[in-house]
Design a protein around this ligand. Structure first.
Ligand code: SF4
Ligand code: SF4
Ligand code: SF4
Length: 402
């Protein structure tokens, strides 16, 4: 994959392994198993409930996979009854209620009425409200209401980086987002960014820009449905991630973006788990009140026929979601992002991964390993996760850094 063995990574791996050997002779072995994220979700009995309040959006981002933007919107009584069902459910302790679209704030009055109705009474389960928004409508009455309720209503912002990058695919909407408002209300505001062919050459600049705003980046996705195999594009992403890895190594105070923060220890503790809780610990209700496994598997993305073909699937059966070719042959399969909705969109099967991103995954793993090595050198705690991480760093170096 790499044109030459990458010196930065070799040095980090050698030093991390040496530090680790010293730690292991000083401290005793630990023997416990790390719970997977879905197991943690079950232990906490937490449910992620998405309510699609509208199928409509005021933007037309070039990479949007929601192709069916109809004028449908949810009725307020329907939204209230769905929320009530989960807030009183004996099966859960905590519910995250996410208003989704399209652009959810097109239906601000529905959101407001549902939230104020919920806040006016007691419920069995704890809860928090969220919305995933493009930010462009959050002004005036909406921002005043959000400011008043900022401790119990969070907005996750979609932001692709600097104005220049953001405007390339998101309808020149950068200037319509009041970033100061987001910084004031939620200083730890989470940001989701989508990387496209047009913005990949400025990935380093875009991510460091979002860091400079003080926002943690919780989502970094390569746009779906594009061919990411192009050699020039792969080399472009490589150079950008190399710069970013050096940035994180020199600046350990920054929270590493998910793109370079792969949980590589999982490659050593290889388990046949599902990647996410779709259809199990999460559900999405469309505007007509019909339930779907998550927001990806809704009529905004798939046709009736495509959704019908998925009826009857047991979402608790992890085996149905595993790409066996990847599991058997690829060391990185436990950390290779797997969105079953994206699989279905690109390959027609929920368990069949899009191979066009393989090279990107390998580059991400190599630089994630270098950053993990640096973190272990700085803080060589004797944890089971670190023990597995050290093994994974060496293995990734052997397999992909050549
Ligand atoms: S803001 Fe979101 S829903 Fe609207 S077009 Fe862009 S990606 Fe699609
Ligand atoms: S990197 Fe490619 S081969 Fe490996 S798990 Fe991901 S999709 Fe499969
Ligand atoms: S299928 Fe994709 S969109 Fe749905 S919950 Fe899983 S990762 Fe998220």
């Amino acid at each position: 994959m790499l044109r030459r063995k990458h010196g930065l990574i070799v040095v980090m791996v050698v030093v991390a392994e040496t530090v680790w050997v010293v730690v292991r002779v000083q401290l005793r072995d630990t023997d416990f198993r790390i719970l997977s994220s879905s197991e943690l979700f079950f232990v906490m009995k937490k449910f992620h409930l998405s309510i699609v309040v509208t199928n409509q959006c005021n933007l037309r981002c070039s990479y949007c996979y929601e192709q069916s933007k109809t004028a449908k919107r949810i009725r307020i009584d329907k939204a209230k009854s769905i929320v009530a069902q989960y807030l009183n459910s004996p099966e859960y302790d905590e519910v995250e209620i996410d208003f989704f679209g399209g652009e959810p704030f097109l239906e601000f009055q529905t959101i407001k009425e549902v939230c104020e109705w919920v806040w006016s009474q007691d419920w069995k389960n704890k809860y928090i409200f969220f919305a995933t928004s493009n930010g462009t409508l959050i002004h005036g009455e909406i921002s005043e209401w959000l400011r008043e309720h900022k401790d119990r209503f969070w907005v996750s912002l979609s932001l692709d980086g600097t104005k220049e990058s953001h405007d390339k695919n998101r309808c020149s909407s950068f200037d319509r987002i009041d970033l100061d408002f987001f910084r004031e209300c939620w200083p730890r505001q989470t940001v989701k960014m989508t990387i496209s062919k047009e913005t990949a050459p400025e990935l380093y600049r875009d991510i460091t820009y979002i860091h400079s705003l003080g926002f943690p980046i919780t989502g970094t996705n390569f746009a779906e449905g594009l061919d990411w195999k192009d050699e020039n594009l792969v080399q472009t992403v490589f150079k950008q991630l190399e710069l970013l890895a050096e940035f994180y190594i020199k600046n350990p105070q920054y929270e590493v973006v998910p793109l370079l923060n792969m949980a590589i220890y999982k490659c050593e503790a290889k388990e046949r788990n599902k990647w996410c809780g779709c259809g199990e610990t999460m559900a999405a209700f469309d505007t007509d009140g019909k339930i779907y496994p998550c927001t990806f598997f809704t009529p905004m993305t798939f046709s009736k026929e495509q959704l019908k073909a998925l009826e009857g699937i047991n979402y608790s059966d992890a085996e149905l979601f595993i790409d066996n070719e990847c599991f058997d042959n690829c060391y990185l399969s436990p950390v290779c992002n797997c969105c079953y909705g994206a699989n279905y969109l690109t390959t027609g099967k929920i368990n069949s991964r899009d191979r066009s991103k393989c090279e990107l995954i390998k580059i991400r793993a190599v630089f994630s390993a270098a950053i993990k090595a640096q973190r272990i050198i700085e803080k060589p705690d004797d944890t089971y996760e670190n023990a597995l991480t050290i093994r994974a760093i060496s293995r990734i170096n052997e397999l992909y850094n050549h």
